[in-house]
Design a binder for this molecule. Structure first.
Ligand code: MN
Length: 244
């Protein structure tokens, strides 16, 4: 059976070259032999617009990542990409350059014969009311139009300020608030009628077995790459988390 790989929360950024190197090695080794790669959000630490790829002052890392994914997609591995809360402005130009197909969040895909719910995971963190309010703003057309209307340098400046603010907000929050709620997880299983959910975002890699409405289900949480990183693989022998 064909092998499918799942990654998320790489948070690629010029300031962490070791993570980018590990990611490029992953593309050439593990991913090149897989039938499908699913990137479930936060591939980049932040994404300020697809013109990053073409502008003279664009980040070279953005182009390198697009090229790396393109090589994979031009081979025999189908590349699927979901937005995270950091890189939700990735759009048609990035998909065109990388050969990646953009996935909705949430989406149900069949993996090894099992309908599987894929999400980034931030929408499951329903106790984090500040974040959910910010998410509504950032996903609005008005905010996005205003933001993308600024020159790249000004957008970069705005993001640096948002990151500084979010660091202090996050360090003041109880950790539980930034995890998924059992109610949101149960509601997602119920709404989509699936037995398997895969998501990232919380940086709490795990395999949870649970029961919803008397049916056994499983929830896989992907590792972030701030640490050593890793991925979920699903093939004929089942599903397992691989940690570097
Ligand atoms: Mn995230």
């Amino acid at each position: 059976m064909a092998r499918a790989l799942f990654i998320s929360d790489l948070h690629l950024a010029g300031e962490r070259p070791a993570t980018s190197e590990r990611f490029f090695r992953f593309l050439q080794d593990e991913a090149a032999g897989a039938a499908a790669l699913y990137i479930l959000g936060d591939l980049f630490e932040y994404w300020i617009g697809d013109d990053e790829l073409s502008a003279a002052d664009g980040d070279p890392l953005a182009r390198h990542v697009a090229t790396g994914l393109r090589q994979l997609a031009d081979g025999s591995c189908a590349v699927h990409l979901m937005h995270g809360n950091r890189d939700f402005l990735m759009a048609a130009a990035f998909c065109g350059a990388s050969g990646a197909a953009l996935l909705d969040d949430p989406v149900v895909v069949e993996v090894a014969g099992e309908p599987t719910l894929l999400m980034h995971g931030d929408t499951l963190c329903t106790d984090d009311l500040d974040y959910q309010a910010w998410r509504r703003t950032a996903r609005s057309q008005a905010w996005q139009r205003g933001f993308l209307g600024q020159p790249l340098a000004a957008r970069r400046e705005t993001i640096m300020q948002l990151r500084e603010r979010s660091k202090s907000v996050i360090s003041a929050k109880p950790a539980d608030i930034m995890d998924v709620t059992p109610q949101a997880v149960a509601a997602a299983f119920r709404r989509h009628g699936v037995k398997r959910l895969i998501h990232g975002h919380t940086h709490r890699p795990a395999h949870h077995a649970l029961e919803v409405d008397g049916v056994r289900r499983e929830r896989w949480v992907l590792p972030d790459w701030y640490g050593p990183g890793g991925y979920l693989v699903i093939d004929a022998s089942g599903a397992r988390l691989v940690r570097y």
